[in-house]
Write a protein that binds this ligand. Structure first.
Ligand code: HAM
Length: 361
């Protein structure tokens, strides 16, 4: 991910266990590449296409839409280095968003050049910014020495003002990348245009991880406040080699699941259904088991205490249950059960199939 990135410098969750230093992963790409090398996936026919989902950890300042523990879904395509494959991977991100009903987004695109290209770029950027260094924030002063390209991403108003000024924007516009970088990026842009995919060229898009080479992109929305990035990704042609594998070009992206859920209006916490109030524990357990099998996306808990009904309802409420499924002896005999909605207080008498339908809605 890179020593000089914020993710590694400031945001790692590291702890020591029996003299080993362990770190919770902040992202998935480095781990996918390690698996690719260790499991010999590079011997498979190319491109190798992988995807993942899981929890990531970054010790950032928490705010709306930015958590210290969050989930990502991501994909990586390894073994091919063409502008067409860049477009294929970007299209897949847009298609995933479209299927979730998330359409109000902007695709930002840039190229950060090859590793060799970037050395020249960073030298030229340093020359340009050196006279302004005293007025910049401490992070930018550090980045100036360690990784000047990341200065462009600074959110401190005085720094941002400089990076948004014609001095810097003209420099970014006219910097002469190598022929290979320029033509790769041009082809990506023209192919996207041919396919009627709207995008914004954003020369300030540098991404927060060091492994990128060439095409980088982000998909953003205005609907999430300051944390508007839904998807981020790009090409990383050197990472497999840096981590000890054979030289393998690659590209991928990741999306924040919580941000997706918010945009698509999907609740990530399934309703809790408490099955309770019955004198026959075997009946309760059998019903709960049946429910779990029918409805794997519901959390089902059984209250096997013999407390009074109102005590059990209170307990269910504390547990965050949305509905309580009331099973008493009479109900069991009649085959009709009371389903109480704890949010509205409404109680209805339903048969089992009706209950399933009711909760699915
Ligand atoms: P990233 O841009 O750091 O890229 O993260 C990808 C997405 O994860 C972001 O666009 C955002 O939706 C979500 N995300 C990041 N940090 C947080 C947070 N603190 N809270 C909530 N959501 C968050 C990567 O991680 C790269 N590994 C992507 C990639 C794959 N590049 C190439 N292949």
């Amino acid at each position: 991910v890179g020593d000089s990135t914020d993710i590694v410098n400031k945001e790692m969750y590291t702890f020591i266990k029996e003299e080993r230093t362990l770190t919770l992963r902040p992202e998935g790409t480095a781990g996918v590449v390690r698996a690719f090398i260790e499991q010999g996936l590079h011997r498979q026919s190319k491109p190798v296409k992988l995807c993942y989902t899981g929890a990531m950890f970054r010790y950032e300042r928490p705010q709306e839409g930015r958590q210290r523990q969050f989930n990502q879904i991501g994909l990586e395509q390894l073994g091919i280095d063409t502008p067409q494959s860049d477009v294929e991977v970007i299209l897949l991100a847009l298609e995933a968003l479209k299927r979730l009903g998330i359409t109000n987004t902007t695709l930002h695109l840039n190229s950060v050049g090859t590793a060799e290209d970037r050395l020249g770029f960073m030298e030229a950027l340093k020359e340009l910014l050196r006279p302004h260094l005293p007025g910049l924030c401490d992070d930018c002063k550090r980045r100036f020495e360690q990784n000047p390209i990341r200065m462009l991403d600074c959110k401190v108003p005085t720094c941002k003002q400089l990076y948004d000024s014609p001095l810097v924007l003209d420099f970014l516009d006219t910097f002469a990348w190598s022929e290979a970088t320029t033509s790769h990026f041009k082809t990506v842009c023209s192919l996207l245009s041919t396919l009627n995919v709207a995008f914004v060229k954003n020369p300030k898009l540098v991404r927060g991880l060091d492994y990128y080479t060439g095409t980088v992109f982000e998909i953003t929305t205005d609907l999430l406040g300051s944390q508007g990035a839904v998807c981020g990704g790009g090409r990383y042609n050197n990472l497999v080699e840096v981590l000890g594998g054979p030289a393998t070009p690659a590209i991928g992206w990741a999306m924040g699941v919580e941000r997706l859920a918010k945009l698509a209006n999907i609740s990530l916490t399934p309703p809790v259904v408490m099955v309770g109030i019955g004198s026959k524990p075997a009946v309760l357990l059998a019903l709960a088991q049946w429910f779990r099998e029918e409805h794997p996306n519901h959390i089902v808990e059984v209250d096997l205490t013999t407390k009074a009904l109102n005590k059990q309802l209170q307990q269910a409420q504390k547990r965050g249950a949305s509905s309580v499924f009331i099973v008493g002896d009479d109900e069991w005999v009649q085959g009709m059960y009371a389903l109480k909605n704890l949010e509205t207080g409404e109680q209805v008498l339903l048969s089992l199939p009706e209950i399933v339908k009711h909760l699915t809605l």
